[in-house]
Write a protein that binds this ligand. Structure first.
Ligand code: EPZ
Length: 424
């Protein structure tokens, strides 16, 4: 849905009830998005399973169809086949809704030799530049033009090269890995992102016939091939959804069993929850989290993987708002990712922000209030705070949450939350 068409739904939560029971984890949004876009690299049919039903996924399906693909969804499986023509232009009204669309550049440049994509523009959490993406395409031999908010990249045939990323950007690593898969010769991406979603994309590309090694390390080696073929793939579970529900168990002093889960994708969060006094047990694909009465304050500083995930910074701050003492949280990945702070303060949290630092002085309890979601993970923090708070919390602009949490209120109600959706 384009901006403004969003259903202005509300979530109303009666807080103070411990969550108990099982929650099933959906497929990873941030793995599924680049994997669906990678199907642009072949005209052969691809089948992708464990794809969550989220607004961001619907947006990327719309973009793929616009670019010439046919997409059929059957429950959590998408079948993607090629139409008669592959188009090389991604317009503003499609890209601005979901900035990860910029990752179509790599595949389209590699397949068509020319691509025109609207610059994604910023969002609530930052300017979201794409300079590293563009520097990488230039290094692969493309010429880049920027005009009227669009970027055009052209190259007869991309030429393998060695490129060092200034920052381990997830999107830039995905874009360049896909472009290099069809380049002539071998490409080294140095300082590449190591997130599990990168590894899942590399696995998908290798099953398509690409030759990528080093996924999960900071140096990717991509040996270009002539063409890629169709394949089947199952997307990894969503580690940020998993982390969010782990924190939900902790903040409500509940007891949740999350499955399927990949503890190896969440080592840093598991360690921090342990330091806070929360018990986390892992047992073949299950994560069992039990909250405690007295939470210890634990500092957190976000970093690229395997550091503390920036997408769990806001949820962690909600949890630390109820710890017995002061914790320090630093946001090192995005330049403006504290929009949840004023909303948490309205609920009684004591937080002092100075630049990228937030000092959180835990309080005995939060109180329900009317709050507004600014971005996806800030929204998650407000839901978590509402679940723990005394009284009623009304959450506005829920559409942000629908981008990244599949069946949110259904999953929470099933484990005892009093949460319901209504219209503004
Ligand atoms: C991905 O965004 C995720 N989105 C984000 O999740 C996540 O927060 C982020 O990685 C970091 O882990 C998807 O995977 C769809 P980046 P991405 O490029 O690729 C700067 C969520 O909530 N940068 O690693 O856009 C940038 O400004 C979303 O699910 C440049 O300066 O993240 C930012 O400060 C939010 N130049 C930092 O790097 C560039 O060319 C991290 O950005 C590219 C990035």
């Amino acid at each position: 849905m384009a901006e403004g068409e969003h259903s202005l739904d509300l979530l109303t939560i009666e807080g103070g009830r411990p969550l108990k029971g099982d929650i099933s984890i959906s497929g990873s949004k941030n793995a599924a998005l680049p994997i669906l876009i990678a199907t642009l690299l072949t005209d052969e049919p691809c089948g992708v399973k464990n794809v969550p039903s989220l607004d961001d996924i619907e947006a990327v399906i719309g973009l793929l169809v616009f670019l010439g693909k046919n997409v059929v969804r059957q429950r959590d499986r998408l079948d993607i086949t090629a139409g008669p023509t592959l188009y090389g232009e991604a317009p503003y009204e499609l890209v601005r809704k979901m900035r990860a669309s910029v990752v179509v550049m790599g595949p389209l440049l590699a397949r068509l030799g020319k691509v025109k994509v609207s610059l994604p523009g910023g969002c609530a959490i930052g300017g979201r530049p794409v300079n590293i993406h563009l520097e990488g395409f230039k290094a692969l031999g493309a010429s880049i033009q920027l005009e009227e908010g669009y970027v055009t990249a052209e190259a007869n045939r991309l030429q393998g090269t060695s490129f060092t990323l200034d920052f381990a950007s997830v999107g830039a690593t995905e874009n360049l890995m896909m472009a290099a898969s069809l380049a002539r010769g071998t490409t080294l991406l140095i300082g590449a992102a190591k997130e599990p979603e990168i590894t899942d994309l590399a696995d998908f590309l290798n099953h398509m016939g690409a030759r990528i090694t080093g996924a999960g390390t900071d140096t990717l080696t991509i040996e270009g091939v002539e063409r890629l073929h169709g394949t089947e793939h199952e997307v990894i579970p969503d580690r940020i959804e998993t982390g969010t529900y782990m924190i939900a168990a902790a903040i409500t002093r509940g007891d949740l069993d999350l499955h399927p889960a990949r503890p190896e994708h969440l080592r840093e969060l598991i360690a921090k929850l342990g330091q806070a006094g929360v018990s986390v047990d892992q047992d073949n694909g299950h994560l069992r989290v039990k909250g405690v009465k007295d939470l210890h304050p634990v500092d957190a500083e976000t970093a690229v993987h395997p550091g503390f995930p920036t997408d769990l910074q806001a949820p962690w701050m909600a949890l630390m708002s109820l710890a017995r003492g002061v914790s320090h949280i630093a946001e090192r990945v995005f330049e403006n990712r504290f929009m949840h702070v004023p909303e948490l303060q309205r609920m009684g949290a004591r937080i002092q922000v100075k630049g990228p630092h937030a000092a959180v002085e835990g309080v005995d309890s939060l109180s329900g209030a009317e709050v507004m979601v600014s971005d996806l993970r800030a929204g998650a923090a407000l839901v978590l705070a509402g679940l723990a708070a005394e009284g009623k919390t009304v959450i506005h602009r829920v559409y942000h949450l629908d981008r990244g949490y599949e069946h949110l209120e259904r999953k929470l109600s099933a484990v005892g939350a009093r949460i319901r959706r209504s219209q503004e």
